[in-house]
Design a binder for this molecule. Structure first.
Ligand SMILES: [Zn+2]
Length: 320
């Protein structure tokens, strides 16, 4: 029987990554391209089509070898493949699923990128054995995914699992979404950066100032890791507070869903997980509601940058 291949595409605000995989999630080729500024839907469709061609070419395959394509988008996607809202891309209101299908002439399914990241982890990564699992992906913002009874929960409009925008501090700092006191506004990377800059302005000394001079004007996750390794008091204190807020969110997640597993991932966790995880666990263990008999494992994601692409393959190949 002829091999069936699937493509998984991760459309991000700065880059578009793609993989070609067999039906079991074995990656056979991969590719990356940058997302053009002010990319139109037509441009995105063309880039995805070109990436697919290169992925297939690299293995001497052509379009008829491709069974289906899955695409992760950073936004709210309705069940028909129409993009309701993408804050970082100009794709709101576009039925990208339909446009891709027309251009590629192959079955194409779209999903929210963080949801697909969780599907990837459920299929092949840290969440393989969990029937009920919640993920928190802490990057620039905070995304989340919910799987209950082995089923991804997307809500009525595809907008469920916005745990990053759960308000956990009344009258707290302003969030990117317009509300105040969201988890993301307290513990996302942009919030951590805002807090560090506020203290630098007040005259606090930190190794971050030197790292910024040399390499970049934004406080990347790897700078946070370097500052932790150097025992920088300011970064240690601010990350400790952020980790406690994530822990508080996990307490509520547990009360709402009673999951077997809470999975932590994303750039900040990949860089600083060793520091963040024990604080989150300690905060959750202090919750007096659950008797000791019930456990909820909290662990780090395993698939890193591949999670979304593999989740897209899982969706395209009908694993979930
Ligand atoms: Zn918010």
């Amino acid at each position: 029987m002829k091999n069936k291949y699937y493509a998984g595409i991760d459309v991000g605000g700065t880059k578009i990554a793609g993989i070609l995989s067999n039906g079991k999630g074995k990656i056979i080729s991969r590719i990356k391209s940058s997302t053009p500024k002010d990319a139109t839907p037509e441009k995105i469709v063309r880039i995805i089509s070109d990436l697919l061609e290169e992925l297939l070419d690299a293995k001497g395959l052509d379009k008829k070898d491709l069974s289906a394509v899955g695409v992760g988008i950073p936004g709210i996607i309705d069940p028909e493949g129409k993009i309701i809202r993408t804050p970082n891309l100009h794709l709101s209101g576009v039925n990208l699923g339909k446009q891709l299908k027309k251009k590629l002439k192959v079955s194409c399914r779209l999903g929210n990128d963080v949801n697909l990241g969780l599907l990837g982890e459920k299929w092949l990564g840290a969440a393989k054995r969990a029937r009920n699992v919640i993920s928190l992906f802490i990057g620039t913002g905070i995304g989340a995914g919910i799987i209950l009874d082995n089923k991804l929960i997307c809500g009525t409009h595809g907008a469920a699992a916005e745990i990053g925008h759960m308000v956990i501090q009344e009258n707290g700092p302003k969030c990117s979404c317009g509300n105040s006191g969201c988890l993301e506004a307290l513990a996302g990377r942009w919030a951590i950066e805002r807090n560090i800059r506020k203290e630098i302005k007040k005259g606090r000394k930190t190794i971050i100032t030197k790292l910024l001079d040399k390499k970049s004007d934004s406080i990347k996750s790897r700078f946070l890791r370097k500052a932790l390794q150097a025992h920088d008091p300011l970064v240690t204190q601010i990350l400790e507070t952020a980790a406690k807020q994530i822990g508080i969110a996990c307490v509520s997640i547990r009360h709402i869903f009673d999951p077997q597993l809470i999975l932590l991932g994303g750039g900040v966790v990949e860089a600083c997980g060793d520091f963040i995880l024990p604080i989150v666990k300690k905060t959750v263990q202090k919750d007096s509601f659950f008797p000791g008999a019930f456990t909820c494992e909290i662990t780090l994601s395993e698939l890193g940058d591949d999670a979304v692409c593999l989740g897209a393959v899982a969706l395209a190949s009908g694993h979930f």
